[in-house]
Design a protein around this ligand. Structure first.
Ligand code: FES
Ligand SMILES: [Fe+2]
Length: 418
């Protein structure tokens, strides 16, 4: 549903009182107000999205000097570029003259970015190289008019950005994932497929769906057949314990079964969530594919299939699900009050050749289908949440606990927003 009738009776004061009301009943879903208010959406972008660490892209997507990719967030566009010296930058795609976008194509290679409006020219590191005829303006100092930049952190080949100059450190939190995530050698991995799914729903509905597996048994038959996360802990403990007991021996990776959780209000710094956990597949399944059998060569330093899956969170909106033979990255980005981009990236071993070592359709089968199932159910959720008859119901105390952690961080952030 693209169009909704939003509240016309809205104000910061109203938002604050709605937040306080939610904090009084933390174990219930939140009111439709938070999915319908333009004011809330604007505050979220300011206070949360543009202050968080976000996955932008992988170094293999901009391998050479001059390579770049656009990353669209909300109504904004950020150029992820590699300059002539090989350094990576995140540059705001907004000309410093009168604001035109300086780059239109989603990716490519450039020596410079030339603004289409009056022709100001920027280097790939964002500095202003030439401003046509501006020498007639007295005191014009081109060094003051480089493209604005966001912070950049490159971790294991993954490029993260944060638009807040005062952002909390992200490297420290990420280092806690070094052993379990390092096993996949993502720095040298190859992107086998990448797809962006537009969902006609508020970004929180899309993220909330990812943060709970209560719906897995009912919405994702193929996933639920293989992954123990769809079951209550007490029912699958024995399977997970048996898997963890063999993990290091079978994979050959010390620390492969590491647990670490500092997310949302518990994160080491604002918007710097880091999480890792290994959970089990049911007996007989080795990886996340249509039949549970391998679909690509083993990744990185991994020597065998232990029947486990690595679950990761990298910042508030980016996640990974890593099987021994492939990794799947998820990122959720708001593009409007009722539009969200759900980007999914499939990584394989850097040496794997398409059509020889893996078949792309087989590789993406499970998570492409699961994502389509999510898109279907989230859209229905959005329609119901926007109904005049919607009344928030109680969360499941175990299955929806992580979702609740997100909601509490979200409400806390809005409560502390001017
Ligand atoms: S707006 Fe870019 S040169 Fe004028
Ligand atoms: Fe799902």
């Amino acid at each position: 549903m693209k169009f909704i009738a939003t509240s016309v009776d809205d104000s910061t004061q109203k938002m604050k009182s709605m937040v306080q009301a939610e904090l009084q009943r933390p174990d219930y879903a939140i009111d439709q107000y938070f999915y319908r208010s333009h004011l809330v959406y604007a505050k979220e972008l300011d206070a949360l999205i543009f202050r968080s660490w976000l996955y932008a892209c992988h170094i293999s997507e901009i391998p050479h000097p001059g390579d770049y990719q656009l990353f669209e967030i909300g109504e904004d566009s950020v150029i992820i570029s590699r300059d002539a010296m090989g350094e990576i930058h995140a540059l705001m795609n907004v000309c410093r003259h009168r604001g035109a976008r300086v780059c239109e194509e989603a990716s490519g290679n450039r020596k410079t970015f030339v603004c289409p409006y009056h022709g100001w020219v920027y280097n790939t590191d964002g500095s202003l190289r030439a401003a046509r005829e501006m020498e007639v303006k007295e005191g014009f100092d081109s060094s003051q008019y480089g493209l604005k930049a966001a912070r950049v952190e490159v971790f294991m080949g993954m490029i993260f950005i944060n638009c807040d100059a005062q952002a909390a450190d992200f490297r420290g939190p990420l280092e806690n994932l070094a052993r379990s995530l390092g096993a996949y050698d993502l720095e040298h991995a190859k992107i086998a497929h990448k797809q962006s799914y537009r969902v006609d729903a508020n970004w929180k509905l899309v993220l909330e769906n990812y943060l709970e597996c209560y719906h897995c048994a009912t919405s994702h038959r193929a996933y639920a057949r293989m992954h123990t996360l769809k079951d209550r802990d007490c029912n699958v403990e024995h399977l997970v314990e048996a898997m963890l007991e063999r993990t290091e021996r079978v994979t050959g990776v010390p620390g492969m079964g590491t647990d670490y959780e500092r997310i949302y209000l518990d994160a080491e710094g604002f918007g710097a969530c880091a999480y890792t956990m290994r959970y089990g597949l049911y007996d007989g399944y080795l990886t996340g594919s249509e039949d549970g059998q391998p679909v690509a060569p083993l990744m990185g330093h991994i020597k065998g299939y232990d029947g486990g899956v690595g679950d990761f969170q990298l910042g508030p909106l980016s996640f990974m699900l890593n099987y021994p033979d492939h990794c799947v990255l998820y990122r959720f980005i708001p593009r409007g009050l009722t539009a969200t981009d759900m980007e999914v990236v499939w990584f394989v071993n850097g040496d794997a050749r398409e059509g020889v070592d893996y078949d792309r359709d087989k590789l993406i089968w499970l998570w492409h289908n699961t994502t389509m199932e999510d898109e279907f159910i989230i859209t229905r959720n959005s329609e119901g949440v926007n109904s005049r008859f919607f009344e928030p119901g109680p969360y499941h105390p175990e299955f929806e606990a992580t979702l609740q952690q997100f909601v509490l961080w979200y409400l806390d952030t809005l409560a502390n927003t001017p």
